[in-house]
Design a protein around this ligand. Structure first.
Ligand code: MN
Length: 311
């Protein structure tokens, strides 16, 4: 997927405890037609650990149209992390990987030095599409690593007080996600099938954020619905989760990211030069990004780069 807005963001220090912040996701359009709620980056909050981008799309009925259509576009300096609740997305990248992702699985693409990919609904797709795409910033010593793609068909799932917990990234209550990440991170899908109440342990050295994907939930007493985000700074050791009915929650967390990053279009750069170089090389068709084969549509040109932070 790709960011269709042109945003600049940097990492921020984890505020001292007990810090809780509420902010709204903003609405944006993904690719040709998909309305999404973008929780990160946000004016109020740029990153949560190394998580630097969070789009929530759907649930949307795509029977009438072609569904998701995001043409070939490049990435650097990040991993894209795709998680579906309903529907399917077909991924193609410039390393030659092609992968259909369904609910319950993760597609994790490591861009590192550079990769290009497309994402689209397959021809015989389900009626409803619902999911999230996140980006994970790579730390300085992994920033230039070679690109790679992994599909994880199964993740650790367990029940805790009536909540089905899926460990998307990192480790939680003794369960370890197979997803290969490069900084201390946590990603959890919390699925309450009906009214539920549980208190989940948090790492005090992590900052965390929560969005509701479906329904309504109370997190440490704060009511949350889709389109709203709650951020918990470092120092919290528990998250009380309560629902009165079925609800689906996405929790992300991580060690506060140690270096500054600039997000611009589909690039995460250490500085403006990283962004400018990637932009000109993508637009020139440079071999750095390779080619995506098989997508029925145009590659997305990178927009002109404005003056960036530090320039
Ligand atoms: Mn993308």
């Amino acid at each position: 997927m790709s960011s269709t807005e042109h945003e600049v963001s940097i990492s921020t220090d984890c505020p001292p405890p007990p810090f809780v912040q509420r902010f709204a996701a903003h609405l944006a359009t993904l690719g040709e037609n998909m309305q999404i709620r973008r929780a990160l980056p946000n004016r109020e909050r740029r990153m949560v650990g190394a998580w630097c981008f969070l789009d929530h799309f759907g649930p949307v009925d795509i029977r009438a149209g072609r569904g998701m259509r995001v043409g070939p576009h490049p990435h650097i300096g990040l991993q894209t992390f795709s998680w579906l609740l309903e529907g399917e997305v077909y991924h193609r990248d410039s390393l030659g990987f092609e992968q259909l992702i369904r609910s319950g699985a993760v597609n994790l693409m490591t861009a590192g030095h550079g990769i290009a990919h497309s994402e689209e609904s397959p021809p015989n797709h389900s009626a409803i599409m619902h999911g999230a795409q996140l980006w994970i910033a790579l730390p300085d010593d992994e920033f230039e690593r070679p690109p790679w793609f992994e599909h994880y068909a199964e993740l650790p799932v367990f029940n805790e007080d009536g909540i089905t917990v899926t460990v998307l990234a990192g480790d939680f209550m003794g369960r370890i996600s197979p997803a290969k990440v490069y900084t201390p991170l946590l990603g959890l899908d919390l699925n309450a099938g009906s009214a539920a109440s549980s208190t989940l342990p948090l790492r005090r050295d992590f900052e965390h954020a929560v969005i509701v994907l479906d329904g309504e939930a109370r997190l440490n007493g704060e009511t949350l619905v889709p389109g709203e985000c709650l951020y918990f700074g470092c120092g919290h050791d528990a998250l009380a989760v309560e629902t009165d009915a079925a609800a689906r929650i996405l929790l992300i967390g991580g060690e506060p990211f140690k270096s500054e990053r600039i997000l611009y279009w589909n690039f995460v750069g250490r500085n403006g030069a990283d962004i400018r170089e990637a932009t000109s090389e993508w637009n020139a068709g440079d071999a750095r990004f390779g080619e995506v084969h098989g997508y029925d549509g145009d590659r997305l040109p990178a927009p002109d780069v404005p003056k960036l932070r530090g320039e």
